[in-house]
Structures are given as C-alpha cells and as structure tokens.
Design a protein around this ligand. Structure first.
Ligand SMILES: O=C(O)CCC(=O)C(=O)O
Ligand SMILES: [Fe+2]
Length: 326
C-alpha cells in the first residue's frame, strides 16, 4: 500500500466547516445530548428532526454526496465539534457508546442526512455508535480491534443488507500519527483492469465469510459476483480477508483486483474532528498498522453505519427498529 497521504482535488471530496458552521453544528448536537441522554431510538428520532437545523452548506454537500459520491467514493468532513472533555480511550473488546455525547450526536445527525443509522445485533451488540479502538492481545486481528495492517474490505461484504455508508469519526489520533485510513474506489480501479478480469469478477464464483467481529464462523455466502450492476460503474462487494473464489481463474481475477485497488488506494491520517464518509457500494476501506500503548491515549474512532432504505431490511428488524437481528 502506498503511503501517499494527499486528498484528491481539495474541495471536491473535502468539506471543511467554518468556525461559524462548527459552532452551529455543536449547538444542534448539544441540544440532542441534553434531550436524549442515551443512544436509543428516541435519540435517532431526535437526530432525524434536528438534521434540518444544521447549517445549510453542510446539509447541501452531504446530500449531494448521497446522490453522487464521486470518483473516490469518500467525503471527508473536517472541523466537526467534539466533546470538550474526552475520557480515556477505551481498551476493552466490543466497546460501544451507549450514552449520548457530542460525537455520538454528530454521527447520528450525519447518518440521518444520508439515510438511517443501522447496526447488526451480532456485531457489538447492535450498538448504533461503536468504538474503533485497539484492544490488548488483539493486535493481529483482522478487525477494528487490531493494530496490524487491516486489509481492504467492503463493510460486512457477506451481508445482503450491508451498510450503504460507513461513517468513521476521529476522536483521538494514534500516538505516533502513523495510523492511516485507506480507501480505494472501484471507479479508480476499473480502467486498470483487463476486460477478461472484469468479466471474471462479474461471474458468481466468489464466497465471502462474515468478519470475525460477528463472533461466529460463517460458511460464507452462496457463490456470488464481486462486480455487479452497470459495467461502466459497477458496485463492488469484496473483503480481501474473507472472500475467496471457487475457481482458479476467479481467484486470479480476485488477486488482480486486490493489486489494482491497493495501487490506487489513498491513505489519510485522521485527526480529531474529521469524519470520513465511505460509499460502501463503490469504495473499500482498510487501515495501516500502528503501535498502541494501551495508556488511555490511543487512537479512537467512532463508527456508525447507514442504510439508504430501511424498508428493504424490514424482515431482519422485528419491531421496525434500527438493528438487524440477523
Ligand atoms: O481503523 C480504521 O481506520 C478502520 C477500521 C474499520 O475497517 C472499521 O471500523 O470498519
Ligand atoms: Fe471496516
């Protein structure tokens, strides 16, 4: 993976909040913190309604991204308001945010502008705001508790109702400022793939297992394609730590896709108050290695998933809540 850490054309996929916009955003988030102390359905309902109170420029850019996520499939929002006092970085597995903070409110506000927040019961208890922190003993884990290189993946690629967007908000950077969020878009990779490889990736010869964060060994999906939809602007569905081909030429095509996606990947060192919004249809993400110290000051992101259309997963959500039970 290259270490180049440059945004694409500045302004195209970066939204930098002005101090005035950040203050207005903070006021909206703080009203939610006061009105809804717990991260629950009431907070989500509050966030849905409070979205309309956010600064118009912020809403406009996020809505535009919803329609067209661009070549990179990533929108980076800078200068978001965070809590004034940040507690020590959690260091236990499965850590989630159950009480409402500014950061949690910010994530749910943005989620409500893009669609609806959602989570999976089998992963981190179905919490709508999850901590992404290094956990002692899990350094080599291919999941967000690890601190080794995390391979490029579509989030929950195995799941029929995988997120449409992944939101990753940085609360605290790593000690050495080396941990980078990798993103890589199939829109940038496609032109570098031979037609034969594209055709192979469009055949249903790939299986994807559930990630280890789901806490069970899955046999994997039925055989399915990695590239689907329009040939010129396909969706990609792959997790390089969990997807395998059932044919040798399929495996060669998968390896080729991995090489090309790594070659076009970007790496960003997130800073506090920076939110990366990843379009999970076209863009994979991963993370470079870093060295945690487990001293309460380690890297800390919070994560929320978004579904564009909750109705499509209704049979997975008894009671019509925001958590998919399977
Ligand atoms: O640690 C990161 O930057 C990303 C981890 C990740 O893939 C995730 O939380 O979904
Ligand atoms: Fe991920």
């Amino acid at each position: 993976m290259t270490e180049a850490t440059i945004e694409l054309a500045p302004g195209s996929n970066v939204l930098a909040l002005s101090p005035g916009e950040a203050a207005a955003f903070a006021a909206v988030a703080d009203r939610l913190v006061t009105a809804h102390p717990h991260v629950d359905e009431a907070l989500v309902a509050g966030a849905r309604s409070a979205w309309d109170d956010l600064p118009v420029g912020t809403r406009r850019r996020i809505r535009a991204f919803r329609r067209d996520s661009g070549v990179s499939g990533v929108l980076v929002v800078r200068g978001l308001p965070l809590d004034v006092e940040l507690p020590p970085t959690p260091s236990v597995g499965g850590s989630v945010q159950r009480t409402t903070t500014r950061a949690a409110a910010v994530l749910l506000l943005v989620a409500c502008g893009l669609g609806d927040p959602a989570a999976y019961r089998q992963e981190k208890g179905g919490a709508l705001v999850q901590d992404v922190v290094p956990v002692p003993g899990q350094e080599a884990f291919q999941g967000n508790a690890g601190s080794t290189e995390l391979m490029l993946h579509n989030e929950n690629a195995f799941h029929d109702h995988r997120p449409d967007y992944v939101l990753l908000l940085c609360l605290r950077a790593d000690h050495d400022r080396v941990a980078g969020l990798h993103t890589s878009s199939v829109r940038e990779a496609l032109g570098l793939l031979p037609a034969t490889t594209r055709a192979l990736l469009g055949r249903p010869v790939f299986r994807t297992a559930a990630p280890p964060s789901f806490g069970f060994d899955s046999a994997g999906t039925p055989e399915q394609a990695v590239l689907t939809g329009d040939a010129e602007d396909p969706d990609v569905r792959v997790d390089f730590a969990a997807t395998t081909a059932v044919t040798p030429d399929g495996q060669a095509a998968l390896d080729e896709l991995n090489r090309v996606l790594e070659a076009v990947a970007r790496t960003r060192r997130l800073e506090p108050g920076v939110l990366a919004i990843v379009d999970n249809h076209v863009t994979l993400h991963g993370r470079s290695a870093f060295r945690p110290r487990y001293d309460g000051a380690d890297r800390w992101l919070q994560r929320t998933f978004v579904l564009n259309d909750l109705r499509r997963s209704r049979d997975h959500r008894p009671g019509d809540g925001h958590v998919l039970e399977r």
